[in-house]
Write a protein that binds this ligand. Structure first.
Ligand code: HEM
Length: 334
């Protein structure tokens, strides 16, 4: 697929969906569909899809330990082991996985390679992807946590505190959240690197651009609602509380932009299990990361090995002893 197609196809789909929601909500009275039916449907698809993917991974046989390591394995007492790079116990695995999930440790070691004149192959450390990835994921997580203020009454102290902290600099009215600015910067970096770096552009598919455009729409509509085209937040909260208590009731006049925001959130949720975004669940089920590297100290037997009939050397010698002696081949037993 050409670059133009890879980027235009998801762009056109998103643009079409944006116009569709705007048109339908503005000119018909189908708010119920966008405010109640689609959110429940998206959640059901997400839960079933997520469960299906996790179960199918969990069922895949992993007879041997294929841990990715880059440090000395634990062996003899006088050889210094690196328990983080080559985890030996489940606790070591948890420590390494936690650093991976919370800090993207392996991405921190990202390197770039280039063939220069000479010819000379050079490698150098490349941290921008790590920084943008980490900033995006943490900002996203904090934004979601802050959104819990719509789903809780009274709003727990921890959520109020995160909200305050995110608003620390109080820039503008209403104040610009720090995570909003950071997520926009990070996602712009992730998008531009796909478009501007030829090697990454070459391997980028519609499935890489689609989630980026979707996130742009969600974050864009959210920020637009907060700073420019205000919606009725009391009514949003009423709807959110009614949805989670499974007594859905749609207040009138929330504002069309809210339905755009919610629709794209639903799309993201429903698309999640069938996309590369499933790395959220996959990272925990990856056998290269979730197994201790104890192959030398513990024998792992392939569970579906069937009993193999073997012919031992002793049996072989018993069978051919006379012939071996005649050919002057040494034998164990006379
Ligand atoms: C993937 C999930 C979601 C993401 C990434 C997201 C993202 C955002 C962002 C970046 C903003 C800008 C202001 C801020 O950071 O708070 C925002 C605002 C907003 N979002 Fe979301 N959102 C999500 C889900 C939802 C849901 C489920 C609701 C429905 C209750 C919702 C309702 C709102 C409202 C009402 C605002 C305006 C807030 C204000 O004026 O302060 N969002 N959203």
């Amino acid at each position: 697929m050409t670059f133009i197609m890879s980027i235009m196809l998801p762009f056109i789909i998103i643009l079409f969906l944006l116009l569709l929601v705007l048109g339908v909500v503005s000119y018909t009275h189908l708010e119920n569909v966008f405010g109640i039916f689609i959110p429940y449907l998206a959640l059901a698809i997400f839960l079933m899809g997520f469960l299906y993917r996790i179960l199918s991974w969990a069922k895949s046989p992993v007879p041997f330990r294929i841990t990715t390591v880059c440090g000395q394995e634990k062996s003899l007492d006088w050889i210094k082991a690196n328990r983080l790079e080559s985890p030996f116990t489940t606790l070591d695995v948890i420590k390494r996985l936690a650093l991976e999930v919370l800090l993207f440790r392996s991405l921190f070691r990202n390197t770039n390679t280039e063939l220069n004149e000479g010819p000379k192959l050079i490698h150098w450390s490349a941290k921008w992807l790590w920084l943008a990835g980490l900033t995006f994921h943490w900002s996203f997580f904090i934004i979601l946590t802050r959104h819990l203020r719509f789903f809780t009454e009274p709003v727990p102290f921890a959520i109020q505190f995160i909200d305050k902290l995110d608003n620390l600099f109080e820039i503008g009215v209403p104040a610009l959240y720090l995570t909003d600015a950071l997520i926009v910067a990070a996602i712009t970096h992730l998008f531009l690197r796909r478009v501007l770096v030829p090697k990454i552009r070459y391997v980028s598919l519609p499935a890489d651009y689609f989630p980026l455009f979707l996130l742009f729409c969600i974050i864009g509509s959210g920020m637009f609602m907060r700073h420019i085209y205000k919606v009725d937040l009391i009514k949003v909260k009423e709807l959110a509380l009614s949805l989670i208590s499974f007594r859905p009731a749609l207040p009138e006049g929330i504002g069309v932009l809210f339905y755009v925001h919610l629709f794209f959130v639903c799309l993201l949720i429903a698309y999640f299990p069938f996309s590369k975004l499933m790395h959220l669940g996959g990272v925990f089920l990856s056998p290269t990361r979730n197994l201790a590297n104890n192959n030398r100290s513990k024998r792992h037997i392939n569970p579906w090995n069937y009993p193999v009939k073997v012919h031992t050397y002793e049996e072989y010698e018993d069978e051919f002893r006379e012939k071996m002696k005649a050919a002057e081949i040494p034998v164990d037993k006379e």
